[in-house]
Design a protein around this ligand. Structure first.
Ligand SMILES: [Zn+2]
Length: 213
């Protein structure tokens, strides 16, 4: 376990002790996801194609998913992390059905890594790796981008254009590469990641996300 993940785990165990469990969806006391909200957090395989990129997701971005994602990403709550990881794992199984693949997470920006103590999606991908599935970390941000949540599709695409680059030189890769992100909205981030990898000579077979908005 790297030190940043370790720090997050200790912090989330500490906050679990300080604050009794409440449902991520409706704040009811007692459990991190009550029966009603659990029913809303259901997975159904979905496939979208954006500019030729196949994107597999586990669930549409219901309000309960938004709340779970926020608690995982911004607060580092371990039980929320696990729910997002379950969704990613579901998408992965749907996308690859036991083929050997390499997963490239969309990295976090440096300021977010400092703030949260980890690159969010990268740390979740670590959890879904197995004998068939390995993580590669070729991508990094080469400039700052704005938060995308309030931007239009056109603004998102402009915001992301040329933002990512490949830090490693080309090396031989025999397995397919799949991109991984927590959420796909317009696809601008995933398409930028594919562009950066293509420029460096890598091809991208598809993408998986936990949620699709
Ligand atoms: Zn609830």
């Amino acid at each position: 376990m790297d030190t940043s993940n370790h720090r997050v785990t200790i912090w989330s165990e500490f906050t679990d002790l300080l604050f009794p469990k409440r449902c991520f969806g409706c704040s009811q006391l007692g459990t991190s996801l009550c029966t009603l909200c659990r029913a809303e957090f259901s997975f159904q395989p979905a496939l979208r194609r954006i500019d030729g990129l196949k994107i597999y997701s586990a669930s549409h971005f219901a309000p309960v998913c938004r709340k779970i994602l926020l608690r995982a990403k911004e607060d580092g709550i371990r039980s929320a992390d696990l729910l997002v990881t379950q969704a990613l794992s579901f998408s992965l199984t749907h996308a690859i059905s036991h083929r050997k693949v390499l997963l490239q997470a969309i990295p976090s920006q440096r300021n977010k890594i400092r703030l949260r103590g980890r690159s969010f999606v990268t740390s979740l991908v670590q959890e879904i790796c197995s004998r068939e599935v390995e993580q590669i970390q070729l991508l990094e941000f080469q400039r700052r981008v704005f938060d995308q949540s309030e931007l239009s599709a056109q603004e998102r695409s402009k915001n992301m254009a040329g933002a990512l680059c490949v830090k490693a030189k080309k090396f031989p890769i025999s397995q397919e590469i799949f991109l991984v992100d927590d959420l796909v909205t317009t696809g601008s981030t995933l398409l930028e990641a594919r562009r950066a990898l293509n420029v460096a000579g890598f091809t991208v077979a598809g993408a998986i996300t936990a949620f699709s908005a």
